[in-house]
Design a protein around this ligand. Structure first.
Ligand code: FPP
Length: 237
């Protein structure tokens, strides 16, 4: 093992543990989400400083609607604020922001704010930042398949042409390289329907640290672990 830090081109994170972090402090779960949103801003900057080119986070899953109404409302409000407040920061730091997931189920003002953020930052050439909102991997694949079937029916493509590369172009992550490293905080070791297609060859890193306590030092620890692993993509070395 060498000690050189290999910086992953793309890091994906499941930001877990906000609720438990707040509970430990006898505060409502939503307090944990607010702190989590702040930590996210900092970690994006840290990842950028370290030379990461693509950064994707799981903010809200297709399953999260089943949480209590109040909690969903607070997360949506945080997201709403985040979309607006991050615009100036993205412009300042040359960040290109995109939202993945089924946005049609979000409220109209949020959809507008997403469109505005994506449009305004689309020519930025620095780190590419993806937020998964109302995202589920199975849902994403189903939406992609529906588009493919529609285009096949319209005669635009032929079923025999469908390849991995083609299907990828129908996913929300079209043109974004697959993550090299997935980090999940808070001790849970599951994928929870996150980027299942795209993570096929990623290295997984799990830590007990709760998301609101995650920081640059923890990020570097994950990258160190990643650097020491030998990625073979099914081949022999
Ligand atoms: C997981 O912790 C976290 C979430 C489901 C929401 C993540 C949201 C944020 C970080 C803030 C909002 C995001 C943006 C982009 C503004 P949990 O609630 O499952 O924690 P627990 O497992 O301890 O209950």
């Amino acid at each position: 093992m060498d000690n050189e830090l290999k910086i992953p081109r793309h890091i994906a994170i499941i930001m877990d543990g906000n609720g438990r972090w707040a509970k430990k402090r006898h505060r409502p779960r939503t307090y944990g989400h607010a702190k989590g949103a702040k930590v996210l801003e900092q970690i994006l900057e840290d990842a950028d400083d370290l030379g990461v080119k693509y950064f994707t986070v799981y903010a809200f899953s297709t399953e999260n609607w089943a949480r209590p109404y109040e909690e969903v409302k607070v997360i949506m409000n945080l997201f709403r604020e985040y979309l607006v407040s991050s615009l100036a920061k993205c412009m300042k730091n040359n960040v290109r922001a995109r939202i993945i997931g089924d946005r049609t189920k979000l409220s109209p003002d949020i959809i507008d704010a997403i469109r505005n953020l994506e449009e305004t930052t689309k020519n930025n050439t620095g780190i590419s930042f993806q937020i998964a909102m109302n995202y589920g991997s199975r849902d994403e694949i189903i939406r992609a398949v529906r588009k493919l079937v529609r285009e096949e029916r319209e005669g635009k493509i032929d079923a025999s042409e469908i390849s991995e590369e083609m299907l990828e172009q129908y996913l929300d992550t079209a043109d974004i390289p697959d993550p090299d490293l997935l980090i999940r905080t808070s001790g849970e070791e599951r994928l929870s329907n996150f980027l299942m297609w795209q993570l096929a060859y990623a290295e997984f890193y799990f830590t007990d640290v709760l998301w609101p306590d995650f920081n640059k030092e923890e990020l570097i620890k994950a990258i160190e672990k990643y650097s020491s692993r030998d990625r073979r993509y099914g081949k022999l070395k």
